[in-house]
Structures are given as structure tokens and as C-alpha cells.
Ligand binder design. Structure first.
Ligand SMILES: Nc1nc2c(c(=O)[nH]1)N[C@H]1C(S)=C(S)[C@@H](COP(=O)(O)OP(=O)(O)OC[C@H]3O[C@@H](n4cnc5c(=O)[nH]c(N)nc54)[C@H](O)[C@@H]3O)O[C@H]1N2
Ligand SMILES: Nc1nc2c(c(=O)[nH]1)N[C@H]1C(S)=C(S)[C@@H](COP(=O)(O)OP(=O)(O)OC[C@H]3O[C@@H](n4cnc5c(=O)[nH]c(N)nc54)[C@H](O)[C@@H]3O)O[C@H]1N2
Ligand SMILES: [Mo]
Length: 890
């Protein structure tokens, strides 16, 4: 008997609070077989395979859900227990198709059957069982080998929060169903694959195109879609991706992935991939050899610089490619060409966030980490749709709310999270500032603010008080469409919940009041004392896999690598030491400014790396005119995108699964990206092409590998990256700032003190957008994303995701549809002051009456013909989120 612990099979084990017998046994190295239990999920305790004997207890107990207690003496493998396990497993087999034992080979259940020598009766194999559900492009269900252990059900509920699975009928007839006994494809399944990873029998599996083929290589890398930055393991054979799994131990995603990261990888061997450089000859793009392409590239860039000056050239670096490529490309333009005309699509995305947070906190990035979601007590999701755009985080927000956290959703659409929210504030598109100011007013008026925090850490309270005195709640209610009572209710919820985690997206940034929206939201962060603590703060959900990194690398016309000012003498000296030449002093142009300049003829050459501006920039007509006016357009791409069609030179690129480097996710985490398969044909990794071009133009470019580039980045921007090197990035990488080789990286920014000293409260009056109240255009069009497709869709459209969502559709409220006489699926003409498109309409209560929604994932829908020229005056972020339109049945 052990007074301080327990004994398992003769091993003394310490008793820890909250542990089960199974946990303690595993810690002690004692193997107890399990079937329905799976790590990280609530124990089901139904299968009884993990039964153990406890001395003095009458009956065996299930180790997976029996708490271990002081003094327990446990035996896990007595002959009686082992015999019991044999019988239980034999029963499991009977529950599936008789004789199916061979069909479990290689699965968890199969291994147990072998271990306990349970045999089926082969004579009955092949008997008609219930039929396989193969309706879903990615998942498959074979009821004949399902043992209704419910692991899939728990995974679906406890990881994805989706509640797809159920059990119909009882006893021996119990069976697994989807929704109301629907087909897989018609169920609410979002294809995250969490169930597949946990199914012990292979009943729920991937619809594996490669039929379980064994991999030749397994490569750990980072997903190339969104800014969550999930770590993946890529199984490959003969240069093809067989399948992708989440890395179980990854801090970012803990093994979880979404429909894109896990399944949408077929693009990489699409026949549409660019495999050779293309040059325009007599109006047509024709293949040429790489050395000719490189010579042409260098000659044309040089000639245009010599003739028109360096500022006649500009570059857009890609947020889909690596840090190393972006760094080298901005360096090439700042050194070999001599212009600060460098920008990236962070401009059309979260530039407003960067500017706003820089202004009020001192750093233009998330102050919190993804792990803060799990410990949050109150979450505000404003202008973000995480269950579709950042699904792995969206699932975690659902989970924390199911565990009791409060949730406020601020969105003109009834997004999925609205169903989980305590309050959904369905404001009019473009009215954030009015709403946030009104919330601030109530917080102050009802004294729901954190006085200690404000006094110690924040400046501008008195001025801000005077400002909100002048804010009228009635006017705010009119401007936002949210009643005064609801505004008060929301403010009380925020003020009464302790610290708040503010999660925001493009519904704040992509408006003429974009920067203002984020500042007004951060005012709420300051008033509630939320910034600088775990479980709270500002967590903008960054867009692309490397949009954070792209901006970090210096792809901005006014800042150098690591957000260092262009005019700081110390910075300039350090950069010059590394680069051999100092960067130009005067700031360059942003993307919208470069497009305007190209249209005027002031910009004569553009290098566009992995950005499809024709499809994704606003006001399509204007963009096309600008590109058509260029003397030289080089596009570095994986596909002949809408933009590449206007190029003079197209350089074929390797994609995320094919190149080496790093991506930085939305919580500032720099992670290693490794090639899992080779690029097709003669396609080359971006960084290598850029390095070779820079060398040919006489710039210093002596890098053997991307790791050498990172070493230089660490030297150029030591405050953020001084301690970053490839050696240290193994595993979960590092969160910047990481200034020295011993520094562990930074999870929470502004802990204890704001980087700029004091945090700022900023008085920002609300201004209606130029698309409000436009006569003759009665609807407001919101544009944005759906789960299954990714931005311009070059990748997801070339995967079975196209079967899940075959086109963009206009969502319209049923009342509006009725009034306009629009039938379900009817073709409609949508017209704004800037352009006109034709699209199919779908009735949906996700949008409020008067609001419409359209995604921009398919080139044929030309969504950005509708969006106009308005940009935020400070960040230059375009207004994609509110456009006045009218409708007509086609
Ligand atoms: N599946 C998928 N995931 C993606 C992408 C993708 O294309 N597909 N793209 C990636 C990229 S680049 C980005 S930047 C992120 C974007 O991620 P999100 O910012 O979540 O994406 P959006 O759908 O563009 O817009 C978010 C929400 O803003 C709301 N909104 C519109 N106007 C307003 C307003 O005035 N006020 C408020 N409060 N809300 C408003 C919209 O209704 C929408 O629900 O997603 C990334 N992840
Ligand atoms: N109407 C409307 N328009 C929008 C938005 C909106 O909400 N509404 N959102 C805006 C936002 S937030 C963003 S971020 C932009 C995104 O717009 P884009 O940046 O244009 O779109 P992406 O699909 O992310 O990728 C651009 C291109 O990169 C290529 N690519 C992928 N990987 C690599 C690589 O490793 N190397 C190279 N060289 N190329 C690669 C892809 O083939 C693709 O053509 O769209 C913006 N446009
Ligand atoms: Mo984005």
C-alpha cells in the first residue's frame, strides 16, 4: 500500500489531481488498451476495453473515466480482464459486418483484434450490408465497419463544434447518422477531417484518391492558405502529394486543419500550372528558356530605369510566398533599382489594422496570441467571419463559448458565430465607428471602465470623455441600425465581463473609415483594460499565409524591414552596411497609388509576384487600364491568372508545398516551410529567381539557401528578428519580437507597458462612407469570403472544393427577393456606379434586408467590377465592404 500514491501493476505512481487511471498508467508506462477513448476528447467510457481491476472494488472499472485515488491498487491485465477484453472485442466485431475482420487490418481496432486473437467468420464475408456513403468529395462512410464508438461524434463536437453526427436507434441496432439521417454531402460537415483522425476502424475515412497508398516521404511544413499558419505533415510519393495531416504537437493547430488545409491540395499537380517562362510576342504569350527570360527581365528593368528614372518602376511582393522571397524582392527594388515603390496586398487587407495599432500601442500587429482564445472570458468578434475564413480558430472560439465564455458578434450578416453569441449587433455596413463610439460612451457614462489601468497605462482619457459627451446615442442608433437599448446591453456585457479579447477582420479595415474603425475598437480595448494580458487584447485575424511576414520584411513604401523608418540615420547606416547601398530616402507609392500612376503613365514597369490584382483589386476597369498602359509587366505566378494575361513576361513559380523558407502567421510566429514535392516542369521557387535577378543586376546576393537570407534579415532588423535563425525555428518557430539568440520570443505584446510608452485613446468622429445613401442605388453590397474557396481561387478552384461550391452567388434577403421578383437561382444584374455584373442569386437570411453579399473567388463573376475607387485616406485600404448597388432580373 502506498500512502502518497497508488500502485498500477506493481509500479508506484504519484496521484495527481484530475487524472484518470488511464492518464496515470500512461505516465507510468503501463499500456492499457483502449477503443472508444481518444486523447484530448471527453471519455465516452462505453466500449469497456480499458477495464481494470481495483483491489477491493466489486466490479472492474473503465480506466478512461475513473479518477485515480490515493491508495488504489490497480491491475490492468489479469487473466479475467484479458478474457473480458477478448469477449468485448468479439462483440464489437459482431456489431460490424460479420466476417469483416480482415477489413479492419491496420486500423486501431484491427490491431486490438490481432492482439486478442479475435477471429471473424470469413464464410459470411461479402454479405450485403448497408451501403457506403461516398457522396462527399473528401469523406467517406462505410457503415458496415462502424462500431458506433462515437469517437467521430466527440471529435466533431469537441474540436470542430459542428455537431454533424448522431446515433439513431438503440441497442444492437444503433447506427451512426449525419444530421437528420442525411447523406454525408448534404450534412453540415465542414470537412475538417477531425473525425477521420480518430476513427478506430476506418469506417469514417478520407475519400482517398490514392487508395491508402504508402508514402515515400513525410515533410513537416506550414499550410499555404490563411494566416492561422497551421503546421502540416505532407505525405508524398513520386513527386505527388498523397495526403496532408495536422501536426498533433503544433501549438498553433494541435493537429486540427480545415477543408482547405487538409484536403484542397490537388492544385499542385493541376495541368494548368505554369511550367515554363512565357514572353509576349505579337500579342501572344509564348514559352522561352529561363536564361532568355532572366536576360530579358534584367534588360527591360534596367532600360526603363535608365530612361525614366527609378520611380518609374514598382513592385508588389506576394503574401503567398516566403519571407525570404519578399525580403529579397523589396531589397532588389530598393538597391539595384533605387525606388521605394514597394508594397504588398497587406495594403488591401489589414493595412488599416497595422496603422491603427501602431498609432495607439506602438506596434502594428496582434497584441495577443491564438492560445488566448482558449482562456478568454469574453470575446468580441467584429467584422470577421472566423468559422469560414480562419476555421481552425473559428472552431476554438465556438469551444470557448460552449465552455461558458461570453460572445458578442458585430457584423451586418448573421454569420455562423452569431448563433453562438450572447449578442449579435447587426449593424449597417460601414457604420463601425458610430457603434464603437456609442459603446465607449455607455462604458464611460455608466462607469464600467477600468480606472487603475487607464490611469497607469493610457493617455487621453479626459479629452476622450469630452469627445463622447458629444456623441448622441440616438444618432448612433440611426447610423448603425442598432437600437440604443441593444447598444447599452452590449456595453454592459463588455464592461461587466472582465478583460475582453477583441477579434477583428476586414469588416473593420476595408472601409474608408478602416483605420478609424480599428482605433475606435482599440478604444474599447483600452477602456476595458484588456490590452497586454493573457486571454485578452487585440487579435486581428490576418489574411494570407504570409501577409504578416510580407509587411514585416519591408514590403511597404514608407518603412524598411522590421517597420524601421526610412529616415532614421542609425537604421540607414545599419541597412547600408548589409546592402552595400543605402535605400532611397523619399517614401514610395502604395498599391492603389501605383495603379493610378501606371494609368497616368508615370509608372512604366511593374513586377507583380503572386498577386492577382485584376481579380482582387477594386474597380476592375481602372486596374486593367493601368496594366495595359505599362511598358513592361512581369508576373511571377503558379497559374495564368487574370493579371498574368496582361504580362509581358511570366515567370513560373513553385507553390507553398514546393518551396523552402518561412511564413509568419497572424500571431507573429515565424515557422519553417519545407518542400514536400518538386515544382512542376521548370517552375522555380520565387526566392531563387529573385536572388538570381538581383545578382544579374549587380546587387549583393550571395545566398546559398533561404537560411542565409534569414541570417541577413536578423542583422538588418535586430529589434524584431535579431534572435531568429533557421536552427531555432524547428518545431513551433518563434514569435517576434525576438531580439537575441537567447530570447524566447514574445506571445503577448505590451504586457506591463505599451511599446510606445502609454496606450492612446483617440477621439474619432464617425463619417458616413461615400457609398451611403447614393440615390438610385438602394442596396449595400458586402463582399467577402466563403469557407471552401480562397481569395482569387487559383488554387481552390482546381481542387474538388469546386464540387462543394461551384460558383460565387449573390445572397439576398427573401423579402428583398420577393419585392424585386427574384426567384431562387435566378440570374440578376448587379450594378454600381463603377461597373456591372451578372450573377445567380440565392435567398438567404444571413443578410439583413437592404444588404447583399457576394464573394470574389471566381474570375467570371468579376465582383471587383462593382467595388469603387474609395480608399481609407490614411492606410489607403480600399472600401470593399460597402458599395451602393441596384438590382435587375437578367
Ligand atoms: N475560406 C477562406 N479563408 C480565407 C480567405 C478566403 O478567401 N477564403 N482569405 C484570407 C484573407 S486574405 C483574409 S484577409 C481573411 C479575411 O477574413 P475575414 O475578415 O473574416 O473575411 P471577410 O469575409 O472578408 O469579412 C469578414 C466579415 O466582415 C463583415 N462586414 C462587412 N462590412 C462590415 C462592417 O461595416 N462592419 C462590421 N463589423 N463587419 C462588416 C462581413 O459580413 C464578413 O462577415 O481570410 C483569410 N482566410
Ligand atoms: N471584393 C473584394 N475583393 C477583395 C477582398 C474582399 O474582401 N472583397 N479582399 C482583399 C484581400 S484581404 C486580399 S488579401 C486580396 C487577395 O488577393 P490576391 O493576393 O490577388 O489573391 P490570392 O488568391 O491570395 O493570391 C494571389 C496569387 O498568388 C499566387 N500564388 C500562390 N502561391 C504563390 C507562390 O508561392 N508564389 C507566387 N509567385 N505566386 C503564388 C496564386 O496563384 C494567386 O494567383 O484580395 C482583396 N480583394
Ligand atoms: Mo487579405
Amino acid at each position: 500500500m502506498n500512502a502518497t500514491g497508488a500502485v498500477i501493476d506493481g509500479h508506484a505512481v504519484e496521484v495527481r489531481n484530475g487524472e484518470t487511471i488511464l492518464d496515470a498508467a500512461r505516465r507510468a508506462g503501463v499500456d492499457i488498451p483502449t477503443l472508444c477513448y481518444t486523447h484530448g476528447l471527453r471519455p465516452e467510457g462505453g466500449c469497456r476495453v480499458c477495464l481494470v481491476e481495483i483491489a477491493g472494488a466489486g466490479r472492474p472499472a473503465a480506466a478512461c473515466h475513473t479518477p485515480i485515488q490515493l491508495g488504489m491498487e490497480i491491475r490492468t491485465a489479469t487473466p479475467q480482464i484479458e478474457a473480458l477484453r477478448h469477449d468485448i472485442l468479439a462483440l464489437q466485431l459482431a456489431a460490424g459486418e460479420p466476417g469483416a475482420v480482415h477489413r479492419y487490418a491496420g486500423t486501431e481496432l484491427g490491431n486490438l483484434l490481432a492482439r486478442y486473437q479475435v477471429a471473424g467468420s470469413p464464410a459470411e464475408a461479402g454479405r450485403d450490408g448497408p451501403s457506403v456513403d461516398a457522396t462527399h468529395p473528401y469523406l467517406r462512410f462505410d457503415p458496415s465497419i462502424c462500431i458506433t464508438c462515437r469517437r467521430c461524434l466527440h471529435a466533431c463536437e469537441e474540436i470542430q463544434g459542428q455537431f454533424v453526427y448522431g446515433i439513431a436507434d438503440r441497442g444492437a441496432g444503433a447506427r451512426l447518422i449525419f444530421g437528420h439521417d442525411e447523406r454525408f454531402a448534404d450534412s453540415a460537415c465542414t470537412a475538417c477531417g477531425a473525425c477521420v483522425d480518430r476513427c478506430p476502424t476506418g469506417a469514417v475515412t478520407d475519400a482517398d484518391r490514392f487508395d491508402g497508398m504508402a508514402a515515400e516521404s513525410r515533410t513537416r511544413s506550414v499550410c499555404g492558405y490563411c494566416g492561422v499558419g497551421c503546421r502540416i505533415e505532407v505525405e508524398a510519393k513520386a513527386g505527388r502529394v498523397l495526403r496532408i495531416r495536422g501536426v498533433e504537437t503544433a501549438v498553433v493547430n494541435r493537429g486540427h486543419l480545415c477543408a482547405k488545409g487538409r484536403y484542397a491540395h490537388a492544385w499542385h499537380h493541376s495541368r494548368d500550372r505554369l511550367t515554363r517562362p512565357l514572353v509576349r510576342e505579337n500579342g501572344e504569350l509564348k514559352p522561352i528558356a529561363w536564361d532568355e527570360a532572366m536576360a530579358l527581365l534584367v534588360d527591360r528593368l534596367r532600360a526603363i530605369r535608365d530612361q525614366h528614372g527609378p520611380n518609374a518602376l514598382g513592385v508588389f511582393t506576394s503574401s503567398r510566398s516566403t519571407n525570404e522571397a519578399a525580403y529579397l524582392l523589396q531589397k532588389l527594388f530598393r538597391t539595384a533599382i533605387g525606388t521605394n515603390n514597394v508594397d504588398c496586398c497587406a495594403r488591401v487587407c489589414h493595412s488599416s489594422t497595422a496603422l491603427a495599432l501602431q498609432t495607439v500601442t506602438g506596434t502594428g500587429a496582434a497584441t495577443a496570441s491564438y492560445a488566448d482564445i482558449d482562456s478568454a472570458g469574453c470575446v468580441v468578434v467584429a467584422g470577421a467571419n472566423p468559422t469560414e475564413a480562419h476555421p481552425v480558430l473559428g472552431a476554438r472560439i465556438k469551444q470557448v463559448v460552449l465552455r461558458g465564455a461570453r460572445l458578442v458578434v458585430i457584423d451586418p450578416r448573421r454569420i455562423e458565430l452569431a448563433d453562438y453569441a450572447d449578442l449579435h449587433l447587426q449593424l449597417l455596413p460601414g457604420s463601425n465607428v458610430a457603434l464603437f463610439n456609442a459603446l465607449a460612451k455607455v462604458l464611460i457614462e455608466e462607469d464600467l471602465i477600468q480606472h487603475g489601468y487607464l490611469e497607469e497605462r493610457v493617455e487621453g482619457l479626459e479629452e476622450f470623455r469630452r469627445f463622447v459627451d458629444g456623441v448622441s446615442l440616438d444618432e448612433s442608433a440611426r447610423a448603425t441600425g442598432v437600437s440604443v437599448a441593444r447598444i447599452r446591453e452590449a456595453a454592459r456585457l463588455l464592461g461587466g465581463s472582465g478583460r475582453v479579447l477583441f477579434v477583428h477582420g476586414l469588416g473593420l479595415t476595408e472601409l474608408t473609415q478602416g483605420t478609424a474603425s480599428v482605433m475606435a475598437l482599440s478604444n474599447l480595448g483600452m477602456l476595458t483594460g484588456s490590452i497586454g494580458w493573457p486571454g485578452a487584447g487585440m487579435l486581428p485575424l490576418r489574411g494570407q499565409n504570409n501577409v504578416q511576414g510580407n509587411a514585416d520584411m519591408g514590403s511597404m513604401p514608407n518603412l524598411l524591414t522590421g517597420y524601421q523608418p526610412l529616415d532614421d540615420p542609425e537604421v540607414r547606416a545599419r541597412v547600408e552596411r548589409q546592402w552595400g547601398v543605402a535605400p532611397p530616402r523619399e517614401r514610395g507609392l502604395t498599391i492603389p497609388e501605383m495603379i493610378d500612376a501606371a494609368r497616368r503613365g508615370d509608372i512604366r514597369a511593374l513586377w507583380i509576384q503572386g498577386e492577382d490584382v485584376v481579380q482582387s483589386d477594386p474597380y476592375e476597369r481602372h486596374v486593367i487600364e493601368a496594366l495595359a498602359a505599362l511598358d513592361f509587366l512581369v508576373v511571377q505566378e503558379m497559374f495564368l491568372s487574370e493579371t498574368a494575361r496582361y504580362a509581358h513576361l511570366v515567370l513560373p513559380a513553385a507553390g507553398a508545398l514546393e518551396q523552402e523558407g518561412t511564413f509568419t502567421n497572424g500571431e507573429r510566429r515565424i515557422q519553417l516551410v519545407r518542400p514536400a514535392v518538386p515544382p512542376p516542369g521548370d517552375a522555380r521557387p520565387d526566392w531563387r529567381v529573385i536572388r538570381d535577378a538581383a545578382a544579374a543586376m549587380g546587387a549583393s546576393a550571395r545566398y546559398e539557401s533561404p537560411a542565409d537570407v534569414m541570417d541577413e534579415i536578423a542583422e538588418v532588423a535586430p529589434q524584431l528578428f535579431g534572435g531568429v535563425s533557421y536552427r531555432r525555428l524547428e518545431g513551433d518557430g518563434l514569435q517576434w519580437p525576438c531580439p537575441s539568440p537567447e530570447h524566447p520570443g514574445t506571445a503577448t505584446l505590451h504586457a506591463g507597458k505599451f511599446l510606445r510608452g502609454k496606450g492612446r485613446l483617440v477621439a474619432i468622429p464617425y463619417r458616413p462612407s461615400p457609398e451611403h445613401g447614393v440615390e438610385g442605388f438602394p442596396y449595400t453590397l458586402v463582399t467577402g469570403r466563403v469557407l471552401e474557396h480562397y481569395n482569387v481561387g487559383t488554387m481552390t478552384r482546381r481542387t474538388p472544393n469546386r464540387r462543394l461550391v461551384p460558383a460565387d452567388v449573390l445572397e439576398i434577403h427573401p423579402e428583398d427577393a420577393l419585392r424585386e421578383g427574384i426567384d431562387e437561382g435566378a440570374e440578376v444584374i448587379v450594378e454600381s456606379r463603377w461597373g456591372c455584373v451578372r450573377t445567380a442569386a440565392r435567398r438567404s437570411r444571413r443578410v439583413a434586408p437592404g444588404t447583399l453579399f457576394l464573394s470574389f473567388h471566381f474570375p467570371e463573376s468579376h465582383t471587383n467590377r462593382l467595388t469603387g475607387p474609395h480608399v481609407d485616406p490614411d492606410s489607403k485600404c480600399p472600401q470593399y465592404k460597402a458599395t451602393a448597388v441596384r438590382l435587375q432580373v437578367a
